[in-house]
Design a protein around this ligand. Structure first.
Ligand code: PBG
Length: 317
């Protein structure tokens, strides 16, 4: 009877699994801060993608660690970049065609300084000795998005939090013949300590300063709604809320205010703190994972990005 009257459901098709691609072959390098997650070369990533397809997952979210980093983040927008190469390989496999391939659009994994945008020295702020040049960053983000769409991304997902990037990416995609490629915008992304484990996974920690000049203050709900309003006005097709569990009220508020599809990203810190408790036997793995995911669906998320996607899909079949 409990099952009959259940209000909220989880299904594999509503889960998205992130992959961290690295150059090379035969590489399956464990990520120390995220037990059970790996940096994968493209050939190894194909194996994981095949497993995800067999489990009926909704899609993959692709991140890349380039061979080299520089100030212009060339690894992000180069046609031979690691994610572009991965996308072409994934696209070539017929068996993977039901997985939605979502490409993260950001510069932090590709810049030598680890910031999500272009850094200019000697900023004018009271205490700043550097600034992020918003509009110069847009040019690189646009190039990145078009390059990823050309390589076969079904969806591009800007996570940089520069102002105006959704409009800039939309018009460049349209001009480049990618009118059909939707934008999943990380619209209200908080400057969060919960991304810590990811930065080890993606080797993307800022070398100086922090991300507070472009990522949001987690204390602000109204500002989060304004950020989403702006991205919707600029042409976002879907929005992604992150982190997830510490921000359930923000997901709920967004659900009530916006009709477009909403995803929640259960980020690395959420994954790692749960995984640590599982390892110690302090929390029971299966039920805790399912409860953490159903809470996001109940809060209003249509789909969930989670490092537990494969495990959860096995549990819910
Ligand atoms: C890139 C990006 C980050 C995450 C997703 N895209 C890191 C950051 O903003 O520092 C975090 C994902 C996670 O923690 O799982 N900007």
């Amino acid at each position: 009877m409990r099952s009959l009257v259940r209000e909220t459901h989880l299904r594999p098709g509503g889960l998205i699994y992130p992959l961290f691609l690295v150059p090379g072959e035969g590489i399956r390098r464990p990520i120390a801060t995220m037990p059970g997650c790996f940096n994968l070369s493209v050939d190894e990533a194909l194996k994981d993608a095949t497993e995800c397809a067999a489990l009926g997952l909704g899609g993959l979210l692709l991140f890349g660690l380039p061979a080299e980093k520089d100030e212009a983040a060339s690894g992000a927008w180069n046609g031979d970049g690691i994610v572009q190469t991965g996308l072409r390989a994934l696209r070539a496999e017929r068996g993977l065609s039901r997985l939605v391939m979502i490409a993260d659009v950001c510069l932090c994994e590709y810049t030598s300084h680890g910031h999500c945008g272009v850094v200019t020295r000697g900023g004018e702020g009271i205490s700043a000795d550097y600034e992020i040049d918003n509009d110069a960053s847009l040019k690189l983000l646009v190039k990145t998005a078009v390059s990823l769409a050309s390589a076969g991304a079904d969806v591009v997902a800007p996570s940089d939090m520069m102002d105006g990037r959704v409009a800039a990416i939309r018009s460049a995609l349209d001009a480049g013949g990618h009118q059909q490629t939707p934008i999943l915008s990380y619209a209200a992304k908080v400057a969060s300590a919960f991304y810590g484990p990811f930065r080890a996974a993606a080797d993307s920690a800022p070398q100086f300063g922090d991300r507070r000049s472009y990522q949001m203050d987690g204390a602000n709900l109204r500002e989060a709604m304004r950020e989403i309003d702006q991205d919707v006005a600029e042409g976002a097709d879907m929005i992604l809320m992150k982190p997830a569990m510490p921000y359930l009220d923000v997901v709920r508020a967004a659900r009530e205010r916006f009709d477009l599809p909403i995803g929640a990203y259960q980020v690395s810190g959420e994954y790692s703190m749960l995984s640590a408790a599982f390892e110690r036997g302090w929390l029971e793995r299966d039920q805790t994972i399912l409860e953490s995911l159903i809470s996001l669906r109940r809060a209003g998320a249509d789909f969930v990005v989670t490092y537990f996607a494969k495990h959860a899909a096995r549990l819910i079949g």
